[in-house]
Ligand binder design. Structure first.
Ligand code: HPA
Length: 248
């Protein structure tokens, strides 16, 4: 089964036939919301809004361990995470849809492993390539099916939030090699890896990052909402194409 994690702008999946909503308890507490089971052209999907159904959970308060655990326990084997991001490097303009291939983690204080030597024994996992190659390929193919240009490859910098970054922080991230910036990709990606889930991200650039482009002095939150609304229409079509590619 395919799992979809919705981010800002995608707290609900409309247009799908919902078969069940299920509250799930996990050894790590409760996920952000009930899991929503749907069918898309006969194919089963499970959806989870990472900020909660009413978009009230801040990035650093999300129970990422419970979210990923619940998805896996309820039968998801692959997961697409939809995430809004700021654009740092030149091609990452507002409205662009990106399938990143690398991550730099700037977050702190988040529960970011199952293998912490408490509930499960300490283990070090390989994370050289943080996203699932097969799911990335499927996402890119779904974009092509819809006739949208999806940018193939980018380094996602995960920041703590919920505030946006300073211009100097973005400059530093650019020097580090980050192309886009968001607040939730970590520890989501690493927890997916620890559980053996095939995880890829569909990143939606909703603003030039702080200090970039027309955001030299301030980031306009109104602009973010406008861009996000338009882009999420495309995201829904891509998920539709992905859900019906019979890869799961
Ligand atoms: N920074 C961090 N996260 C974001 C941004 C940003 O500029 N835009 C959307 N999510």
């Amino acid at each position: 089964m395919l799992g979809i994690i919705g981010g800002s702008g995608l707290d609900q999946l409309s247009g799908l036939e919902i078969t069940e909503r299920r509250a799930c308890a996990t050894p790590y507490g409760e996920p952000s919301a009930d899991l929503v089971f749907c069918t898309l052209r006969g194919q089963a999907l499970v959806f989870l809004p990472r900020h909660g159904a009413d978009h009230s959970i801040a990035p650093h308060h999300i129970n990422y361990r419970a979210n990923m655990w619940a998805l896996q326990e309820q039968g998801a084997r692959n997961v697409v995470a939809v995430s809004t991001v700021g654009g740092i490097s030149g091609t990452m303009v507002a409205g662009a849809l990106v399938v990143p291939d690398q991550i730099i983690d700037y977050t702190h204080g988040r529960e970011s492993t199952y293998f912490d030597g408490i509930k499960q024994p300490l283990q070090h996992i390989d994370f050289t390539l943080p996203f699932c190659a097969d799911m990335r390929r499927r996402l890119l193919a779904a974009g092509r099916t819809c006739g949208f240009e999806l940018l193939d490859g980018a380094t996602y910098g995960a920041t703590q939030g919920p505030r946006l970054e300073t211009a100097a922080e973005i400059n530093r991230m650019e020097r580090d090699g980050a192309d886009i910036v968001g607040m939730t990709g970590m520890p989501e990606a690493v927890l997916a890896r620890e559980l053996g889930l095939g995880y890829a991200m569909l990143a939606v650039v909703v603003n030039p990052a702080a200090g970039k482009g027309n955001n030299a002095k301030t980031v306009s939150l109104d602009d973010i909402l406008t861009v996000s609304d338009a882009a999420m229409k495309k995201v829904r079509l891509i998920l539709d194409a992905l859900g019906s590619d019979r890869g799961d």
